[in-house]
Structure formats: C-alpha cells, structure tokens
Design a protein around this ligand. Structure first.
Ligand code: ASP
Length: 312
C-alpha cells in the first residue's frame, strides 16, 4: 500500500427534486455529466497534477454542459440576462480568486483562477472583471452563448408565478432552480483546493451576488483542514459563513469533515436555508451532506472507482 491518497468530489447543485419528474434517461444524462467531470479531474490527480488544476478542470466540464446552472445553461436574471459568479481557492497558499456578475465569460472558474494568480486582488466584479479578462487574453462570448430553452421556460414560469402570488414564494421544480456546480480535491502532494461556479438563482435581480463567489461562504480550502464547495440558498450560506465555518470546526474543534459539515448544514437550515456541501480533507475523507431531497454529486479516490448519485 504505497499508493498516495488523492480524491475528488463534485456537485451539480442541490434542491427539491421530484423523483417522478426524473426519467431514467434524464438521470442518465446527469450522472454521465458528473462522471465526465470526475474523469477529467481524476486524470490530473492520477498523474500527480495539482488539486487546483483538478477542481478547475472538473468545474469547466460542468460549466460547458448545458444541463447545469453554470457557464452554458446559466439561469436568467429578472432582466432576462445572465450574470455568473465563481470562485476558487488553493488550500496550500490560502490564495483565492473570485468573479461576480460576469456576463460574457464562457468559463468563469478559469477567470477566477486568473484573478487569483495574475492580480493582487481576490475578487473582481462585472465590467471590471471582464476588462481584466480582456487584458489577459480571455475571449468574451455573447450573452446568447448561455441561452438554453429549459432555462428560458423556467424563467417564464417563475415570472408567471410571481404575478399570481406574493412575489416571493414560487413553487418551482428542481430544474427551474438548481444546478450550481462545484469541486473539491486532494492531490498526491497532500494539497487541497475548492471551486464553485453558478448562474445564481433564477429571476434574481441584476447585481445580486450569491454565496458561490464569496470565499468562506460558498468556497473554502485550507490544507490544515479541508476543502469545501456549497450549493443551495446562497443568502443563508453567506449569513452562516458556511464553508469557512466547516473548516473552523475541523481546525478548532477537531471535528471530522462529516460532523463539521452536518453541524453547519443544520445551522443553515435553522436560518431557513436549504442546500448541501461537498468536503474533502487531507486524508481523503469525504462528506457530501444535503438537507434537500437531492443533490447531483459524485466522487472518486485513488482507487479509481467513480460513484455518482442524485437522491439520498
Ligand atoms: N448557491 C447558489 C446561489 O445562491 C445557488 C445554488 O447553489 O443553487 O447563487
């Protein structure tokens, strides 16, 4: 047993998932996408690549997949636009990068990494982030690139529901709301990294920023503790400082990643928030708890067994 431990966990969003609305074909599409993401990250880790490279790559695969609410397939804002958020963190250096509300970036996670590596800042927003992208040779895409009929239809449904009700409580299907993506990894050198990318919430007001690009809320990584990526009602994850809180429980209370993530998720739930997190620690221990009926998720370790799941 001289094998070095490594591992990768990915998620594609958590939410109320109506099992009856999920056909075997649809389930297969999601599981195949998660597996493709895992395989891309696994290949990097297996050949001794960094956890940072692995999480960026795994997230890019899901950003490019129109079924997830990140990159292509991002949801619509109330203005009928797309505004994307992403962040990445390197557990070895505690360096982090984030972009918020970008509208013309095909792979926000890669721009977040560029912010981390090529700027002296942690987060860049909107037009400033896109100017930075241009300066660094990142091609901008038209808003049309992000369009999918499914997200458009969902937006119409939400606007309809908003007209009838009090404007706040919409009954939406999982496909209407969810699909944020994220990845956490441990590499053979023992370094951790985390990445999260999203289109945010459907019909959000322009300018709204969720937890995904906020370091400590939706994303956190520290080699001394663990790497975390969250999905769910962003406002609650921000208020709970969820991702960093998990790391803090590991650091200061010596909790396992399983105990720490469940504790913090209970805190989020008490505030009224739903969602889930994926976590991995230095030893390769993984936790994937969620308080919704489902979370698109998958994991793989050094043994190369790919596991993908949706429901409890
Ligand atoms: N957390 C994301 C946000 O609030 C949404 C999600 O994960 O479904 O932007």
């Amino acid at each position: 047993m001289s094998k070095n431990h490594f591992g990768l966990v990915v998620h594609g969003g958590a939410g109320t998932m109506d099992r009856s609305a999920m056909t075997p074909e649809r389930e297969q599409i999601f599981r195949a996408a998660l597996e493709q993401s895992l395989k891309a990250g696994f290949a990097i880790l297996q050949r001794g690549g960094s956890s940072l490279e692995a999480v960026e790559t795994a997230v890019r695969v899901l950003e490019d997949d129109p079924h997830f609410n990140a990159g292509k397939g991002a949801v619509f804002t109330s203005a009928g636009t797309h505004q994307l958020d992403a962040s990445i963190m390197d557990g070895k250096t505690l360096k982090a990068g984030a972009v918020m509300g970008v509208e013309h970036i095909k792979n926000p996670i890669s721009l977040a990494r560029l912010v981390m590596e090529k700027s002296s800042n942690v987060a860049l927003e909107g037009a400033g982030a896109e100017a930075f992208a241009k300066e660094n040779g990142v091609a901008l895409v038209d808003q049309k690139y992000f369009f999918t009929q499914e997200r458009w239809d969902a937006w119409q449904r939400i606007k309809e529901a908003a007209k009838g009700g009090d404007g706040k409580q919409f009954i939406l299907s999982d496909q209407d709301k969810h699909g944020t993506v994220g990845a956490v990894a441990l590499d053979q050198a023992g370094n951790l990294a985390a990445a999260t990318s999203t289109g945010g919430t459907t019909n959000k007001p322009p300018g709204r920023v969720g937890d995904s690009p906020i370091i400590g809320a939706g994303t956190y990584a520290n080699d001394a503790t663990c790497a975390v990526s969250a999905t769910g009602d962003g406002e609650y994850f921000i208020r709970a400082n969820a991702a960093h809180d998990i790391s803090a429980l590991v650091e200061y209370r010596g909790l396992s990643v399983e105990e720490a993530s469940r504790t913090v998720l209970a805190k989020v739930e008490k505030l009224g928030g739903t969602g889930g997190v994926i976590v991995i620690d230095r030893k390769g221990n993984m936790a994937l708890p969620f308080n919704t009926s489902g979370m698109y998720r998958g994991h793989v370790d050094q043994n190369g067994k790919f596991v993908t799941e949706i429901y409890h």
